[in-house]
Design a protein around this ligand. Structure first.
Ligand SMILES: [Zn+2]
Length: 436
């Protein structure tokens, strides 16, 4: 078999295209394959598909192909322009490359496969190729895929923002929660961005009225954007953002308390990390701090309660929220100040590490049980009002999607109020009973 026949087979070329000759330069590490067609060949029109068009003229072109072992490989051919009776003179589509690309389809497929696993700059360096050219490949296929999307089945969406550089160049990602795929990316992060997505959805077979759920962060922009554009969507606050807010509150308490306690200065991460992720040294440090009856530890326990909530089944979570709701109303009425102590028995403080029991906390309880703490004006009372409002039961139950259930429509007594309650500023204080 001749080398040209071998390359002919390897490239999968069909009539009228033939590999005419190959040149290998060992010094340059380069293989050049010259492809051509016999005189009198006929081609299909690239515009309308009309077969049997004769060549009008040709233009020499080069495409980079997959490396032949470690050697860079190029395809060279003269691409004909044909005269179509309907469309006039047009360049034909060659079978090994898409129009306008300087790479063969196999090379592009290889780049796309690599791009899933590594940065373009690394691919470019590794392949000895200009990264701008590789980005063009990626952009072509990504946009092609974006435009081809059929969003008619989309029901549950999630939106989140991210920034290319810290605090700059925000983009918003819209995700199909069903397929767990990003379906749209837009510049910016405001309510207008949501509208842009709604328009995109409808231009791709989707229906904004059909969107039943939207998972978002707690920013006002997305919330108002969803309400304006997806009237039937129940809003769920994303767990990550709910916990992030709780963590910010924990740190607020720690900073406040650290003014009078040098031991917790600079120990931010002990309280922010999940206990399971603490090092042995950090666990020991946390155990030592627990004996001090710190507000920060209490705040940390509230956050852990909240995290626990997300691991519960719907029934348990609802029960848990009921408890929180009762805590909230007890606190407001001031009628149950002793309950926390009574329910709590002699257990004393819980250890955040070993004795964390979200369901066995007393119902009720109040900071007023501890006048010394109250007079210090520290601890949970130092969580900013805004943060308290944000982790209200209404918002958390809304975050869990309970507001959608029929039971929740009964109102506040269900402990699962929706948007109305979320603005009432009620606070979650599951650890209040702990304070006995
Ligand atoms: Zn035509």
């Amino acid at each position: 078999m001749r080398d040209t026949d071998l390359f002919q087979l390897a490239l999968g070329l069909t009539s009228p295209w033939k590999v005419m000759r190959s040149e290998f330069s060992a010094g340059d590490g380069q293989l050049d394959l010259h492809v051509d067609f016999p005189a009198g060949s006929r081609f299909a029109c690239a515009e309308c598909g009309h077969e049997g068009c004769g060549a009008h003229d040709t233009k020499s072109e080069t495409w980079r192909h997959l490396d032949f072992f470690q050697h860079r490989t190029f395809l060279h051919a003269r691409t004909p322009r044909v005269i179509c009776p309907t469309c006039g003179v047009h360049k034909v589509n060659v079978p090994w490359a898409r129009a306008g690309s300087g790479f063969t389809l196999l090379f592009e497929a290889y780049v796309l496969a690599l791009a899933k696993a590594m940065p373009i700059a690394n691919i470019a360096e590794w392949m000895g190729e200009n990264d701008t050219r590789l980005w063009r490949i990626l952009e072509h296929y990504v946009w092609e895929a974006v435009e081809k999307q059929d969003l008619s089945e989309l029901r549950q969406i999630a939106a989140d923002e991210t920034s290319a550089r810290r605090g700059h160049d925000y983009i918003s990602l819209f995700v199909d929660m069903g397929s767990r795929k990003v379906v749209y990316v837009a510049e910016g992060k405001d309510a207008g961005t949501v509208k842009e997505f709604a328009d995109f959805l409808e231009s791709h077979g989707g229906d904004r009225e059909a969107i039943s759920d939207a998972s978002i962060d707690m920013g006002a922009a997305f919330e108002s954007g969803i309400k304006e554009n997806f009237a039937n969507a129940e809003i769920t606050f994303d767990k990550f953002h709910v916990i992030k807010l709780a963590n910010e509150a924990v740190d607020e308490v720690r900073r406040e308390e650290a003014r009078n306690n040098y031991q917790i200065k600079g120990r931010r991460y002990i309280f922010l990390k999940n206990v399971g992720n603490l090092t042995t040294e950090e666990k020991e440090a946390l155990s030592g701090l627990e004996a001090q009856n710190l507000d920060t530890t209490q705040a940390m326990q509230i956050r852990m309660n909240l995290q626990q909530l997300f691991t519960m089944g719907a029934k348990s979570a609802r029960r848990f929220l009921l408890l929180l709701e009762r805590l909230g109303s007890d606190k407001r009425s001031g009628a149950d100040e002793k309950a926390g102590q009574d329910d709590h028995g002699q257990g004393g403080r819980h250890s955040a590490i070993n004795r964390y029991r979200p369901f066995q906390r007393g119902s009720g309880g109040d900071q007023r049980q501890r006048p010394s703490r109250q007079t210090q004006g520290q601890g949970l009372t130092s969580i900013p009002t805004e943060a308290k409002a944000d982790i209200s039961p209404g918002r958390v139950s809304s975050a869990l999607g309970f507001a959608q259930s029929g039971e929740a429509d009964d109102g506040a007594s269900a402990g699962c109020g929706g948007a109305d309650q979320s603005k009432s500023g009620k606070t979650i204080e599951p650890a209040a009973g702990d304070r006995a």
